[in-house]
Design a protein around this ligand. Structure first.
Ligand code: ZN
Length: 349
């Protein structure tokens, strides 16, 4: 019963997301939000590699109007994005290694790869077991017979536990090895200690390329996404950032947002410092009972905590607005994130 419900709701969500993203409505001359890191923007190019810190210009409008975005990151690594979901692929001598088979984007991924090589996809990595990042696997496996599907033991275990309906990996990355190879490339796997985003999450360093693939922790050139990009709580979220910041890389593939750099890590640290301070101040100044107009009309105590936390989230959001309010998606993400930080600070004292 549980599994049926889970599957049904996942399917319904996927359908809803697919529908809403299939027909984006944007103004003709919408203005992009300012860069969070004072980025150097360059024109999208499938042939010119990026210097560390360079970002793709007009990324929001491109997501809303183009079939996909394809950018050469380094010698053999390419950045792909379609409708706000991104990933990377590595072009070897005999085949292509794809990091994550993004849901509903298999055809576009194949088209992008075909722009730069005649080689087939010979391996797919599942970075973590979240369907929105890997549910395109079935179509890619069908189109590329014999393709390797690679994941950590943690991902395999989680798929088994949840009775996942997605294609299972054909190869498991041994926990003690901490890496896998694809042709001459070694991909170093740094499993996260904290389970803030997912129970099986990890960072993947493409050794010798300067690239790290870490979906759903930092959205480069943006403040944190709503609910910290699907985190189950704020506890451990900063640990994820600290852990992959300690690795050796210059280019970040964050799964969403632009191509990232160390400047994006620094921006997140500053933002989280300010967010925690603003929430702490709000917790001390927003009175218990805030948000409830007529306590005498209630027949449930439930109103108090939920309303208070919502008011704290709003207060903290307003504190941050002068410094951060113009950045990408600020109004849609910050109140919820402030509420999550509020519950964290409220719970752990
Ligand atoms: Zn995820």
């Amino acid at each position: 019963m549980f599994r049926t419900l889970t599957y049904t709701s996942t399917f319904a969500i996927a359908a809803a997301v697919g529908l809403s993203l299939a027909a984006p409505v944007i103004a003709q001359q919408v203005e992009e939000a300012p860069s969070t890191v004072n980025a150097t923007y360059v024109s999208e190019s499938a042939t010119r590699a990026l210097a560390p810190g360079e970002k793709i210009e007009n990324l929001y409008i491109k997501n809303a109007t183009q079939d996909y975005i394809l950018q050469r990151m380094t010698d053999r690594v390419y950045f792909f994005q379609r409708q706000f979901y991104g990933t990377i692929f590595y072009v070897g001598d005999e085949g292509v290694l794809l990091f994550d088979a993004l849901e509903g984007r298999a055809q576009a991924i194949e088209a992008a790869i075909d722009e730069v090589t005649d080689l087939p996809v010979t391996a797919i990595l599942y970075s973590h077991n979240h369907a929105d990042h890997i549910a395109g696997a079935a179509a890619l496996i069908e189109a590329n017979p014999g393709v390797r599907v690679i994941a950590t033991q943690a991902t395999v275990d989680l798929m088994d536990r949840l009775g996942s309906g997605l294609p299972r990996p054909t190869e498991v990355i041994a926990s003690d090895a901490g890496s896998f190879t694809f042709e001459d490339l070694t991909v170093r796997v740094a499993a996260f200690d904290a389970e803030a985003h997912a129970h099986d999450h990890a960072a993947y360093v493409l050794e010798g390329t300067g690239v790290v693939h870490v979906p759903d922790v930092i959205n480069p050139d943006q403040p944190p996404f709503w609910s910290f990009a699907g985190a189950e709580g704020y506890l451990g979220y900063r640990d994820l950032i600290d852990q992959f910041d300690a690795l050796d890389w210059e280019y970040l593939s964050g799964g969403h947002g632009n191509v990232g750099s160390r400047a994006d890590v620094a921006f997140y640290r500053d933002f989280l410092d300010d967010l925690e301070a603003a929430v702490g101040e709000a917790l001390g100044s927003v009175p218990w009972g805030a948000g409830i107009e007529d306590p005498a009309s209630l027949n449930a105590h439930t109103a108090f905590l939920s309303n208070w936390i919502a008011e704290v989230g709003q207060r903290a959001t307003e504190t941050l607005r002068p410094k951060y309010g113009a950045f990408y998606g600020f109004d849609y993400a910050t109140p919820k994130n402030a509420e999550m930080v509020a519950m964290y600070l409220f719970s752990y004292r």
